[in-house]
Design a protein. Structure first.
Length: 277
């Protein structure tokens, strides 16, 4: 449903996207990558808030480089940016209602019904009449997600959506996104590998504007097979290790003396990809 071909975007001499090619369909795709990998730039291009330099994007048969088709695409997508803005003196209801008007939901009764629906989706019904400035950081993040859900979009683009959410809110977010991904395309950028493992059918790892891995979370974990170790003492030479809660040391890479193999996880595969890149 979404085709990205040879996409490039530069900021001065820095290539944020370097000939990136990717196809996306129904389901939840997680984007992983270090800061500066190009994740946010890619999402902004898909959300039509940033023009790319060259290449092609096509979503639902629409080309966002054409003004009329860009408008049609915007009607079919929802976008949660990394740093969503807000009007602090609006109530939560009024802010989402204002965004709903911008999204062409002009019938008052229908629009208010839709505002109440998305506030309920993110568990903010009880805060509907609270001023935005009085909401916690996690609540404001959920309010931004509610705005992205307006109009039941076919394409949902989420940039660092779980920032500021506590464990219970993150669990509810995962349940919501998993359900949404059954009938539409969801692409989210995150630094939380546990979110990728929990809800994404597909993971795309990026580095320096290119795709360095494209597969399942299990496939990413499998790339670390034979390179994850547990030992009672810290390794002498490795820089990729940490002390676990049980007092043992988890090492990635070459086997330290006396270490035993451990089951690899998504985080292990991702960290080793970063080192290789």
């Amino acid at each position: 449903m979404i085709e990205i071909r040879n996409l490039t975007k530069s900021y001065g001499r820095k290539n944020a996207l370097d000939g990136l090619t990717l196809s996306l369909g129904h389901g939840v795709t997680g984007l992983l990558g270090p800061n500066g990998a190009g994740k946010t730039t890619l999402l902004r291009c898909l959300a039509t808030t940033l023009a790319y330099d060259s290449g092609r994007v096509e979503a639902f048969g629409l080309d966002p480089s054409q003004a009329s088709q860009r408008t049609a695409l915007r009607r079919r997508l929802g976008y949660l940016p990394q740093d969503p803005g807000s009007y602090p003196h609006f109530t939560a209801f009024d802010l989402v209602d204002y965004v709903a008007i911008l999204k062409e939901l002009t019938g008052r009764e229908h629009r208010h019904r839709e505002v109440r629906r998305v506030l309920a989706e993110v568990d903010l019904t009880d805060q509907a009449r609270t001023k935005v400035r009085k909401l916690s950081g996690g609540m404001r993040q959920r309010l931004a997600l509610a705005q992205a859900l307006l109009g039941d979009p076919e394409l949902l683009i989420l940039d660092e959506p779980t920032v500021g959410l506590d464990p219970e809110q993150r669990m509810r977010f995962r349940a919501l996104v998993s359900r949404l991904g059954e009938s539409r395309t969801v692409i989210l950028s995150t630094h939380q590998t546990e979110d990728v493992a929990a809800l994404c059918e597909r993971v795309v790892a990026m580095d320096r504007g290119r795709v360095v891995f494209d597969g399942t979370p299990g496939g990413l974990a499998a790339t670390a097979a034979g390179q994850v170790w547990l030992s009672d003492k810290p390794p002498a030479r490795s820089q990729l290790f940490w002390r676990t809660a049980d007092g043992r040391y988890r090492t990635l890479g070459d086997r330290p003396p006396g270490a035993e193999p451990a089951e690899p996880g998504v985080e292990d595969g991702y960290l080793l990809l970063e080192v290789a890149a």
